[in-house]
Design a protein. Structure first.
Length: 538
């Protein structure tokens, strides 16, 4: 049956719509959609229980601490508009630039709402294996796909959410396609879940098509599908009318909504066995309203992994805005930012070379992060015990553009030479020296403090084993002589006598270690133009 459906989808994309599709995108007849299971997904039992105390036995696996660099396809139906982040919310807010763009491009959101955008998201050029090969070559050792965003559409064959990428739009299992490519090419798989917030996030849609019900679809392309399964708006709006990350106001999600999110997430874990899951929430989904949902998911995820690894869990789950006690059972994710000191526990920052969702104006105006900006941020993050997850926006057709590809390829050039200073390293006695190391750069909420102006006076350190230190100068100095103060014989951080020094990609260089520091002679010919890495053997 599935093979027949694939043939129908392929023929539709080639020759146009049939009775089972709209003129724009694939829509599986609702009569062929299996009803959601009547029972909840069982929560796996094992050593971990759904309490903070029990879940605090979780330990970050060493493989995650070794891989350091991942790439994210923050990609779903909101990319259909190619007009930036949070499109599915902002398109319903009169006066917003995205609302104006939507009306000019598609018409009123009352007639062409986000459900139509899901339908028209057909991704004809998507080739997950080609992109995964590119990302692995560029140095990524893990890969993330969206499972769902705040727009509430699941990007896999999700039995608990009829609005999914197999039923509407692509007619393809997006998560499954990425997962198969990762398995083939040896990348760890991450899946991010953001849909907990759809309840309040979609509230502006109530002014347009957000209050439609299943009965309203009779005779329309979405006949049989329930818009409320997507929009979740059969509730009063928040009194303040705003957006509240931590569930302020009066609009609180009900238990069926929360249990649906739990079931979707557990079923996805069972189907694809991700190594990492990411929650776009303070701590865990619904934490300030009902923290049991998130704890249930962690119990299942950790026990599910332990059952596959002889009783030892080997997975990571991330949350945002964590207190120290939360970091015992969950990894801290920092959005678009870098703490200004070494962190005791492993952590991750997530950032993007542009906007989170693909944005044509960002492309046209040349506002992507450069490869140099990405590399310097990676080096800084790794020096402080973190990993970097980098989103490379994908367009509506399923590809990255030529400017993004050039950035990825430039990252590859640096990583090919200097990757040994990244993978498998650990923080050294100090993370660095220079103006930024001495400054205070506090985080703001989830993070949001990136954009540092690293200079040739800024250095970042890591170690590998007991005898190797890697020192990265964040810009090439204007002179060949450079001194690392932290390695001076009189410095409190002095690790002992230096045996040899080389610049990765250029070979051994002359050096002198005295009370003031370790002074080296950099090569006249640069092995790369982003930042030199110095390998110091003790």
């Amino acid at each position: 049956m599935k093979e027949i459906q694939r043939i129908i989808i392929a023929a539709t994309l080639l020759f146009g719509a049939s009775t089972t599709t709209s003129a724009q995108g694939y829509v599986r007849p609702h009569s062929e959609v299996k009803p959601a299971p009547a029972t909840n997904v069982p929560i796996d039992e094992g050593a971990f229980k759904a309490t903070e105390e029990s879940l605090s036995d979780w330990q970050c696996p060493e493989w995650f601490r070794d891989v350091k660099f991942g790439i994210w396809a923050h990609w779903g139906p909101q990319c259909q508009a190619e007009f930036g982040d949070w499109y599915a919310r902002s398109m319903y807010i009169e006066g917003d630039g995205k609302y104006k763009h939507h009306v000019e491009t598609y018409g009123s959101p009352a007639e062409y709402g986000f459900k139509e955008m899901c339908r028209d998201f057909t991704v004809p050029d998507w080739n997950p294996e080609e992109l995964i090969k590119l990302y692995k070559a560029a140095g990524a050792r893990y890969f993330f796909t969206l499972g769902n965003h705040h727009d509430n559409m699941d990007l896999w064959d999700s039995p608990y959410q009829e609005w999914n990428s197999m039923n509407v739009g692509p007619g393809r299992d997006i998560v499954g396609g990425w997962a198969a490519a990762c398995k083939k090419h040896g990348l760890r798989l991450g899946i991010s879940f953001h849909a907990s917030h759809a309840w309040m996030w979609y509230e502006p849609a109530q002014d347009f098509d957000g209050n439609l019900t299943k009965a309203d679809g009779k005779g329309k392309w979405w006949e049989g599908y329930d818009p409320q399964a997507l929009y979740a708006q059969c509730h009063p709006r928040e009194q303040s009318g705003g957006w509240h990350w931590e569930w302020g106001g009066t609009s609180k999600p009900d238990m069926p909504y929360m249990m649906k999110f739990q079931n979707r997430t557990l079923q996805c874990i069972n189907a694809y066995n991700p190594d990492i899951i990411y929650f776009d929430d303070t701590v865990l989904p619904f934490w300030y309203h009902n923290n049991q949902i998130g704890l249930n998911i962690l119990q299942h995820f950790y026990n599910h992994s332990a059952a596959q690894h002889r009783g030892k869990q080997q997975v990571v789950a991330t949350g945002k805005i964590l207190k120290d006690n939360h970091k015992q059972f969950l990894m801290w994710d920092v959005e678009r930012g870098v703490p200004d000191r070494i962190q005791e526990e492993p952590w991750q920052t997530c950032t993007c070379i542009g906007t989170w969702h693909y944005d044509r104006p960002t492309y046209e105006r040349g506002r992507y992060k450069s490869a140099g900006t990405v590399i310097r941020m990676l080096v800084d993050v790794v020096s402080k015990n973190g990993n970097l997850l980098l989103s490379v926006p994908i367009n509506r057709r399923g590809q990255i553009d030529e400017k993004e590809r050039a950035i990825v390829e430039e990252i590859k050039v640096w990583m090919d030479i200097n990757g040994k200073s990244i993978y498998g390293t650990r923080p050294w006695t100090t993370f660095g020296e220079g103006p930024l190391a001495e400054a205070s750069n506090p985080l703001n909420a989830q993070g949001f403090n990136e954009g540092f102006k690293y200079s040739a006076a800024d250095v970042r350190y890591v170690k590998k084993g007991k005898k190797l230190i890697y020192a990265t100068i964040m810009q090439w100095p204007s002179t060949q002589q450079f001194t690392f103060k932290a390695l001076g014989k009189d410095a409190k951080t002095c690790p002992g006598k230096v045996k040899s020094v080389k610049v990765l990609g250029a070979g051994k260089v002359a050096f002198r270690q005295d009370g003031q520091g370790l002074t080296i002679t950099l090569p006249a010919k640069h092995p790369n133009e982003i930042a030199p890495v110095v390998e110091i053997k003790l």
